[in-house]
Design a protein around this ligand. Structure first.
Ligand code: SAM
Length: 291
């Protein structure tokens, strides 16, 4: 049975503004938690790892994570859910719930505290059924602000999942696809139909796992420069890369002529569009632009 009876007991009203669509079938969070690790929990052991969960809701995924990982830190914005979580998670001693807006949390000090266990620093990953209204800002915050996650496994709207995992040059390839490539590789694990949520959303969802490069593939400086170029390149759809790069106002590349020469020298075609470039190519371009 799911914990949705607790919602009734506490007279909880779903808040649309917080993107509250709760999972109802426990098999789905079990699959999501399994997707986070290849660790076998059948012998009762847990992976030595801290999992950060964004938005535990009533705790249906939180419990599945707590069965498989040594520690779970869940950040929930909605104060009304805290007594419900206290009740639903009562049987677990390895879960901490923090009543905060994840966008306002400084991740490094918070995680530094919870990563300590028996004198060791635990590896840390993220697992979440993300609130749809802030999927991209949360993902970008996690990637940009904290460089030490091993995996980020998230359930998002199916259409967003397609963008996260898109192939270079495809219709779904955009700024978020190229930006994720600066940090790791995104792979879709499975789809979840809208009927598995309460309330039922209009669209289906997918679970995506981003494996963060270890060691990091690019330096902080490369990421900073490439991020600017990626944002500019996708700011105006259907324009050529050269046209979009003008918005960067780089003194040594202040004309379309100069930008065109650079783009042609790198990619053999001055009319190339942003969606045709891989993350690697954005990094190379950024290094030349901001030499
Ligand atoms: N994990 C639960 C599940 O799978 O049933 C709930 C998922 S629901 C899609 C998203 C959750 O994120 C809700 O509990 C919501 O209150 C919470 N949330 C929304 N915005 C948040 C924020 N900025 N910081 C932390 N939690 C947030």
């Amino acid at each position: 049975m799911s914990d949705n009876y607790l919602l009734e007991k506490h007279n909880f009203k779903m808040q649309k503004k917080y993107g509250q669509n709760f999972l109802t079938d426990v098999r789905i969070p079990a699959r999501i938690a399994e997707g986070c690790t290849d660790f076998d929990v059948s012998d009762g052991k847990r992976a030595e790892s801290l999992i950060l969960e964004v938005g535990p809701g009533a705790g249906i995924l939180t419990k599945e994570l707590a069965k498989r990982f040594s520690k779970v830190l869940a950040v929930e914005i909605d104060t009304e859910l805290i007594p419900i979580l206290e009740e639903s998670l009562a049987g677990y001693n390895n879960i901490t719930v923090v009543n905060r807006d994840v966008m306002q949390v400084e991740l490094a000090p918070l995680l530094a505290e919870y990563r300590q266990q028996d004198g060791k620093t635990l590896p840390v990953s993220v697992c979440a059924n993300l609130p749809y209204y802030i999927t991209t800002p949360v993902l970008m915050k996690l990637l940009e602000e904290y460089g030490e996650f091993s995996f980020i496994t998230v359930m998002v709207q199916k259409e967003v999942a397609r963008r996260l995992c898109a192939k270079q040059g495809s219709d779904d390839y955009g700024a978020i696809t190229a930006a994720i490539g600066l940090y790791g590789k995104a792979v879709k694990l499975f789809d979840v139909s809208a009927g598995n949520f309460n309330p039922k959303p209009k669209v289906d969802s997918s679970v995506v796992k981003i494996s963060i490069y270890e060691p990091a593939r690019y330096s902080k400086d490369q990421i900073e420069k490439a991020s600017k170029v990626i944002k500019a390149a996708f700011s105006m759809r259907r324009k050529t890369l050269v046209n979009t790069l003008m918005s960067l106002c780089i003194p040594s590349f202040d004309t379309k002529e100069k930008l065109g020469d650079l783009v042609e020298s790198l990619f053999g075609n001055r009319n190339v569009r942003g969606e045709e470039l891989s993350t690697d190519q954005f990094v190379v371009l950024a290094e030349k632009l901001y030499f």
